[in-house]
Write a protein that binds this ligand. Structure first.
Ligand code: DOR
Ligand code: ZN
Length: 341
């Protein structure tokens, strides 16, 4: 059978992205808007987006640089002081689509995150009542836990009890990195889903040390062993509606990455669809790509599917070494699919 030379799918969405603010927002938002119709925008700015007014103003700033053809879907940053009434107000006014749980200290700008999930119980109960999804950075911050085990331990200590205690809460386990997470989501009820990033489909932890220390392969949760990468790939390409596209594109300047204490985050927005298409092609699953990229996410969130299409073509796509002072994922490499137009 001849290989598929082009692939046209319904216009996709990115269910997890960091667009930042100010000059960085201006530089990176057009890349996401070129690839995706909508995106779930992470609220970990400094200061974090905790009020409806801040989220609404941030949404306006995004639209002003990304154009009106792109719809940012805003999220509330949960703190120990999360106010159930404010969450419900933002949700009913159509500002907040979801709320994000960062365990305090887990990642970039998470110092104001949640120190103990028991503290946000009233907020979670309200979210369950109104059908507002909880988006989870699923890692414990206990320094006694090995960094490569933090996701698996989070499942045991936090997620499994939460799923049991709140039987109607919609939860997205963001950027899953382990076989444990893939299996947990697969075996849970239909209101438990997961996003999958390009880097966790492509890299294993050897990439962090390939010939030297590789800061541009560093993100959180950190990439894991090969067996975990294979399990995450199998889940993403399985066709299950529980797994959908979320890039976790997280730009940091080259200086901030190439440092004695480099920031976590991989800037994959410019060529995300190309990377995902390559992975689905390698797995013989191009027929399942549209579901992953454009259908499973909106169905989970209860949002309409997009109109319009995008076309990917087989053929070399050269990734530059640097874009707006940020080193993109796959810098200097050539991808085997490219976005037409
Ligand atoms: O690698 C990451 N970068 N993981 C996160 O959880 C946050 C993100 C960022 O904001 O830089
Ligand atoms: Zn993220």
């Amino acid at each position: 059978m001849p290989a598929t030379e082009s692939l046209t799918i319904r216009r996709p969405d990115d269910w997890h992205v960091h667009l930042r603010d100010g000059d960085m927002l201006k530089a990176v938002a057009p890349f996401t808007a070129r690839q995706f119709a909508r995106a779930i925008v992470m609220p970990n700015l400094a200061p974090p987006v905790t009020s409806v007014e801040a989220a609404s103003a941030y949404r306006d700033r995004i639209i002003s640089v990304a154009g009106s053809g792109f719809t940012p879907l805003m999220t509330c940053y949960l703190t120990d002081q999360a106010d159930p009434a404010e969450l419900a107000r933002g949700h009913s006014e159509g500002v907040w689509v979801a709320a994000k749980l960062y365990p305090a200290g887990a990642t970039t700008n998470s110092a104001d995150g949640v120190t103990d999930i028991a503290r946000i119980r009233p907020a979670l109960e309200r979210m369950q009542d109104i059908g507002m999804p909880l988006l989870v950075h699923g890692e414990v911050t206990d320094p006694d836990i090995d960094v490569f085990d933090r996701e698996a331990v989070f499942i045991d200590r936090v997620l499994e009890p939460l799923v049991r205690d709140m039987p109607a809460l919609k939860i997205v386990f963001e950027h899953i990195t382990t076989a444990d997470a893939a299996q947990f989501v697969r075996d849970s009820r239909p209101t438990i889903a997961a996003t999958v990033t390009p880097q966790h489909l492509v890299l294993n932890r050897n990439a962090l040390f390939a010939g030297g220390l590789r800061p541009h392969a560093y993100c959180l949760p950190v990439v894991k062993r090969e067996k975990h990468r294979l399990a995450v790939r199998a889940a993403a390409t399985s066709g299950s509606p529980k797994f959908f596209l979320g890039t976790d594109s997280a730009p940091h300047s080259r200086d901030a990455k190439e440092s004695g204490c480099g920031c976590a985050g991989i800037f994959n927005a410019p060529f995300a669809l190309e990377t995902y298409a390559q992975v689905f092609d390698e797995e013989g699953a191009l027929d399942r790509f549209e579901g992953f990229a454009a259908e499973h996410g909106p169905r989970f969130y209860g949002l309409p599917l997009n109109d319009g299409t995008v076309t990917l073509e087989r053929g070399g796509c050269a990734v530059p070494d640097s874009i707006a002072g940020v080193v993109p994922f796959h810098a200097g490499e050539t991808l085997r699919w490219r976005l037409a137009g």
